[in-house]
Design a protein around this ligand. Sequence first.
Ligand SMILES: Cc1cc2nc3c(=O)[nH]c(=O)nc-3n(C[C@H](O)[C@H](O)[C@H](O)COP(=O)(O)O)c2cc1C
Length: 348
Amino acid sequence: MMKLHEDASLHGDAPVAAQAGMMNDRRELALVAVERTRMPMVVTDPRQPDAPIVLANQAFLDLTGYSSEEVLGRNCRFLQGPGTSADDVDKIRHGLAEGNDVEVELLNYRKDGSSFVNQLAISPVLADDGTLLYYFGSQKDVTERRRAQLLEDTERRLLMEVDHRAMNAMALVQSIVRLSRGDTPEAYAASIQGRVDALACAHRLLAKRSWTGAQLGELVSVLVASRGDTARVRHDGPDVLLGPRLAQPIALVLNELMENALTHGALSDTEGTVSLQWRCDNGRASLEWREWTSKALSAPKRPGFGIGTIKGVISRQLDGSVKLDWTDRGLHVDLAFDTEGSATQVLD
Ligand SMILES: Cc1cc2nc3c(=O)[nH]c(=O)nc-3n(C[C@H](O)[C@H](O)[C@H](O)COP(=O)(O)O)c2cc1C
């Protein structure tokens, strides 16, 4: 808040002068300084109706693109426009009403219609007895700084998200390496390879849609195709977009079903087939996996990593339901889960 002394017109505090003689020139100097500074400035008169601008410096005219005739006598609100936040304007109005200094960044418009972010600072100018005489306002175009800040924030959020996804993928790979089994080093390597490939496949589909999700049908097609004999796996269902956190766990589950069918189930027999159907109601997907073979099969004596993964992912991670039914003609599986569910991604 500035106080106006009797012997000063605009600046309440005397400018520092090196010699006593120079003090006589301070009014002139103050005016020259206001005029010459690159900081846009205005003075408004609250004692006149609608508090018009009574002084505007060249930097203000340069910033806004108006001439002095076009700004003098008008309230500064003419700089506001469609995108100016009502909250910012309220903040100014209330700040002024309470006699406070006001600082706000708000959207303003130049005469040519282009917009800029205005860092506005307003102070009341008071007489010695405390009477309000004028308001002093300075403006600064901070559009570029604001843009850079926004970009920085977006970049930071993006980096955090990338970090989070990388950690999730690492956690999944760690679990796969830890829990996979194989009778020989080659079998162990192959089982890990298949699972990591399934994760990579989901990753590619997510990247294709900028991580908004992955189409279940697309995921099924690619995973089935990666196992060769696609004609024996019939699949069908509506378009279902799996949320970004679901695609990788579901890819793992589908990979385990395929792997199990190829090693122990219907696809281990040359004539066996699989039917995979799904549907989605109110954000809940249900998958029906049916194996069939003419050869009689026996259920595995103890569930391996594959079955453990299916149960772990669907019931614990996705809070869904799993029903496994071993028949002597192959495995029947019913799965249900929310398509927007938030998976925690770690297997145990
Ligand atoms: C000294 C001074 C400078 C101001 N400069 C600006 C400005 O550059 N841009 C702007 O949008 N509003 C500016 N204002 C705010 C408006 O003049 C007005 O106070 C604000 O819109 C709230 O009042 P209203 O609701 O009557 O419009 C300034 C106000 C004062 C007192």
